[in-house]
Ligand binder design. Sequence first.
Ligand code: AMP
Ligand code: ZN
Length: 489
Amino acid sequence: MTLRLYNTLSRSIETFAPADGKTVRMYACGPTVYNPAHIGNFRTFLFEDLLRRVLRLHGWNVLQVMNLTDVDDKIIKRAHEQGKTITQVTEPVVEIFHADRRYLRIEDAEVYPTATGHIAEMIALVERLLERGIAYKADDGSVYFAIDRFEGYGRLSRLDTREIKAGARVAQDDYTKENAQDFALWKAAKPEDESTGAAWDAPFGRGRPGWHLECSAMAMKYLGETLDLHCGGIDLVFPHHEDEIAQSEAATGKPFARFWCHGEFLQVDGTKMSKRIGNVSTVSDLREKGISASALRHFVFSTHYRKQINLSGAALEASIEAVARIGEFAHRLAEARGGTRELAAVAETAELEFRTALDADLNAPEAVAALFTFIGQANAELNRKGQDVGSLERARATFQLMMAVLDLEPRALRFVVTGDGVSPEPVAEQGLSEVERRQVEWAVGRLRDRIAARQRREFGVSDSIRKEVEEAGFAVKDTPGGTVLERYQ
Ligand code: AMP
Ligand code: ZN
């Protein structure tokens, strides 16, 4: 089976395979670590997670680099305002990024290089561009890239529709989408750069790297001069990726990336959100609302990566329901002792549909549909109580393969509450954030109130407490051993 992907460079869907036939060398632009990443950023990182899992489904190794932009205009501004160094600003944000990413079960990239850890590589790249006469030092002390000295400038973003202002200079990292201008590779040090620890010595003057330069230098260091795949959100096409191509290709004379893949935006529609979900924006907001990683993954994968999604309460509620069905099915498959012969046939068809959908430019919504068709048909077969163990194993393998890519099976954290207390005690080691731990403690307290209410035969009170706890994002189950409190991830 062949994988077909939309390549922004050619504006068409092409067959993808790594250049060496074995390892996909993939670069994904990572977060600028001055604020915790929002769900929009994570939509892009989830698209990249899906992509790497599909690449592995094809049997290729993946060598993925995701940079952490830990020096840029916004970070320096924040550090300056707070009287901190840039590292003091970025370090806690990097921690939060990884915690959020792990919560969402976004697989680890192989390398997470930081910009400040690769200043030498960036300086070397600027020197190469200066030697080739493509970069120049301006009277403001900064080094700029002369876009009219690089023939391919504008190929990715189809710049012919924009105004080219060669010689007009822009020092910000992220500039207007309409005008292409000579952009800063290296920015002369200002007092706030010095005071925040964002200035380095270079042969062409003390200063700091521009954002675009950071990615070119780190991508080529870890992945070589021509990458298989470079991805990011759609907003990065211009200027960021256009400028990455210019710097890299002007220095090496080789194509920088064979494929450019961009994910569309997630919009937040505050007005249409349900009370339960509220105005969510970060992963920790979602966690506080009891929205599982599985539900968010389902929500994101229910729309094709090249289409916009609107974050709405109704859609998240639907995803919560959908992943609960997946959880029930997983449980049923695990408990079953055998299946009908037809179960194997159902699994085989579902797997083919699943792979076909993903191979067609990562059509995740169709892959999710294939999963639910499988669940429906397999449930019907399991109702028939067959004895065939091989058939059951086949169905389990199909489900496992689907989960290896989509990873939508909810994981339950389980606590048993009795009149005497709770087991186990909620602790951070269970993967609970600080807020979640406090929420579990609150829910345990409420369930103990409920046990007391039931002993007083106040069943109306008992029911309303149950509802209150469920609305906070927990599942409540009464068992002979006590009340089971579950939280899904
Ligand atoms: P940044 O931290 O701003 O450099 O962005 C990190 C990644 O998130 C980039 O790939 C952006 O393109 C992407 N991104 C930013 N906002 C959104 C959004 N609302 N929806 C999807 N991706 C986004
Ligand atoms: Zn980048």
